[in-house]
Design a binder for this molecule. Structure first.
Ligand SMILES: [Cu+2]
Length: 203
């Protein structure tokens, strides 16, 4: 092998190492665990599953500790035909919706939610901190931001239920442009699974 050939081989080896490092980093930074939500009761033979999450202004750990996110995970695994009862402990301040239509509660059982125990079917779109939206299931729930001027309003507890079909993987996401510091607020956490994007695996 001449010198040029040896250099070419070295370059290939170096590229291989970089690709392998990228792959390992990618796997490590992707959320691996999903919540296998426990079933507590049944609704006409379909299991009722409770999922509890927090929305926080900064997740506080990992590659992007300052990113806004849903905790502890955005990956849920649920049984077929389940009724999912979500409890969101919403701890972030409002950013506001660009599309006021998303201030409506859509696709939930009863087309409503409760916020701190009060039944509601819409909020003022300017007061939304996040949404929990599953477009393929027609589900969208606006999550009202806390009132930063009221020291007692540290959490808004939002509860709603929706049904999943027999199988499938359903993407869900937030539609409030809450990615502060990114282009139009729609970058970073808004585009990254594990922060403002997730999936529901039925099966
Ligand atoms: Cu959000």
């Amino acid at each position: 092998m001449n010198r040029r050939g040896a250099l070419t081989v070295l370059a290939f080896l170096a590229a291989g190492v970089l690709i392998a490092e990228f792959a390992v980093n990618y796997l490590h930074s992707s959320p691996a665990a999903s919540v296998a939500a426990s079933s507590s009761e049944s609704n006409n033979g379909s299991p009722v599953v409770d999922i509890k999450v927090n929305t926080v202004a900064a997740v506080g750990f990992g590659d992007h500790p300052n990113w806004v996110g849903y905790l502890p995970t955005t990956f849920f695994k649920v049984p077929p035909n389940a009724t999912i009862r979500m409890t969101v402990d919403q701890q972030d301040t409002p950013t506001g919706l660009r599309n006021p239509y998303l201030g409506l509660v859509r696709g939930t059982v009863g087309e409503s939610m409760t916020v701190n125990g009060k039944t509601m079917n819409a909020i003022d779109p300017t007061l939304a901190a996040h949404t929990f939206s599953v477009p393929d299931l027609g589900v969208s729930v606006p999550l009202p931001g806390i009132d930063a001027t009221n020291p007692k309003n540290t959490d808004n507890i939002v509860v709603f239920s929706f049904k999943v079909p027999a199988s499938g993987i359903f993407h869900w996401q937030c539609f409030v442009p809450c990615g502060a510091g990114t282009l139009y607020g729609n970058g970073g956490p808004m585009q990254t699974l594990g922060y403002m994007d997730g999936q529901i695996e039925v099966g």
